[in-house]
Design a protein around this ligand. Structure first.
Ligand SMILES: [Fe+2]
Ligand SMILES: [Fe+2]
Length: 216
């Protein structure tokens, strides 16, 4: 199963990377639009379990919502950089997102650990994508200002939701710099690393209530 999931992720990553090889912000916009959707799927399923009275996992709902909030801000940053300028990019990203949502919902219900493994691979890809971009564009990124939305999210705004996605102990919460566009991409890359760690940790637990396990 893991081989199949790896193959599917590699295929989509290859397609997106080839199609958007020379349009970085559009590529990041598409990736950020799609990459947050599994968190919507997890939230939907967990809400369903709670609505039906099967299971209460309020802490998981909180973590996944904080992750969607974090990815939303990545998306808003990419939009502020013009990544969503073309209609075709918005069309492609939004349609893949809808399909992806409905793939992950049944996967999470039936095989939650694999749904988290899928997300671990995607977040890991996001981490390496941003890391490569930082290495290749360091000088030009350091000459550009940080978008206001990034300043608000990482420094000046209410950091409660930002802290919710950190896997480090409370005393060492990240307080990132947001002076240049380079800092912004460093922060986004480090966020993706936090998501990978969270996805790995959640695979150690059983994301399925007892009653549902029995009825499947
Ligand atoms: Fe992201
Ligand atoms: Fe991510």
């Amino acid at each position: 199963m893991k081989v199949l999931i790896r193959a599917i992720v590699s295929f989509f990553v290859f397609v997106v990377d080839v199609v958007y090889s020379n349009r970085s912000y559009a590529r990041f916009y598409v990736l950020e639009t799609i990459a947050r959707v599994p968190y919507f799927s997890y939230l939907s399923v967990l809400h369903l379990y709670e609505t039906l009275g099967y299971w209460r996992k309020a802490d998981w709902l909180k973590v996944h919502f904080a992750q969607t909030w974090n990815e939303l801000h990545h998306l808003l940053i990419m939009e502020s950089l013009g990544g969503n300028r073309l209609w075709i990019d918005r069309f492609v990203a939004k349609h893949i997102a809808v399909a992806y949502y409905w793939v992950v919902v049944p996967l999470y219900m039936a095989l939650p650990k694999y749904a988290y493994y899928l997300m671990e691979l995607i977040e890991n890809h996001a981490y390496h994508t941003y890391n490569g971009y930082l290495n290749e564009h360091e000088i030009e990124l350091k000459t550009q200002p940080a978008p206001q939305i990034a300043i608000d999210y990482y420094r000046d705004g209410d950091l409660y939701m930002f802290e919710e996605v950190q896997t480090t102990p409370d005393s060492t919460f990240r307080r990132p710099h947001v002076n240049t566009l380079y800092d912004v991409f460093v922060n986004i890359r480090d966020d993706e690393c936090e998501h990978v760690k969270t996805m790995v940790a959640l695979q150690q637990l059983d994301a399925r209530p007892e009653g549902v396990t029995k009825s499947l």
